[in-house]
Design a protein around this ligand. Structure first.
Ligand code: SAM
Length: 212
């Protein structure tokens, strides 16, 4: 068993604060939320895939206070540290394929934040295809991931991901993200791309299938 879950539980009431501070070493999630809001000013039905314990979910719920948010993950700890608005957010342990079967073509924003490097390379396309099926025809996908660099912060991030989560993580290059997205959604579907503070390793792209 990886040490991450044990360390977190030993922190008791300090876990949430420590988890937020630790994450901030690598990514400013508030800056990601600002970017999301600039790229997608309005959304009513949102799906967060791989929401984990709910850190980005809180920013999504606060950015779109009138939206309904479905936050899903394959782990049982889904939404465990979430402290945002309760009435508009539903956490479920399920796959995006299950959501897409139940509610096809219905989400006007899908958020995938720091998930794909945890997903085995041979199932990445099928995960994106399921997201494609869940997205409304004029919907958007915010795809954020950590890209490789020859730098101490990347080595720290990779060591932390492998040691703490125990996952066999595999990171992208920005060309790898672009290739994967265009392979599934088609050419010219990346409408915006940017980096997110504090590191250029935080790459975000906005994917839209049709002109809106
Ligand atoms: C680093 S956490 C990111 C959590 C959250 N998105 C955020 O940015 O705060 C990565 C999450 O991806 C989830 N994950 C990995 N593979 C997945 C899959 N195939 N479908 C859904 N979630 C997945 C993991 O369980 C984990 O909770």
């Amino acid at each position: 068993m990886p040490p991450g879950p044990l360390i977190r539980r030993l922190l008791g009431p300090y876990e949430r604060g420590v988890a937020e501070a630790y994450r901030r070493i690598f990514i400013n999630l508030d800056a990601l939320a600002e970017l999301m809001s600039a790229w997608v000013p309005q959304a009513q039905k949102i799906l967060e895939v791989g929401c984990g314990e709910g850190a980005m979910t809180e920013r999504i719920a606060r950015t779109y206070p009138t939206a309904s948010v479905a936050a899903i993950d394959i782990t049982p700890n889904v939404g465990r540290l979430y402290r945002g608005p309760a009435s508009s957010v539903v956490f479920r342990q399920e796959t995006v394929a299950e959501v897409a079967r139940r509610e096809p073509a219905s989400f006007d924003l899908v958020v995938l934040s720091d998930v794909m490097h945890h997903v085995r390379s041979d199932i990445r396309r099928s995960l994106l295809r399921a997201i494609d099926q869940a997205m409304a025809p004029n919907g958007s996908l915010l795809f954020k991931d950590w890209v490789i660099s020859a730098s101490p912060i990347h080595w720290l991030c990779a060591a932390s991901d492998r040691y703490l989560t125990g996952d066999d993580v595999a990171y992208f290059t920005i060309d790898g993200i672009n290739a994967l997205v265009t392979d599934v959604f088609g050419p010219s579907t990346i409408r915006h791309s940017s980096t997110v503070r504090p590191w250029h390793n935080n790459a975000a792209v906005l994917v839209q299938r049709s002109e809106i």
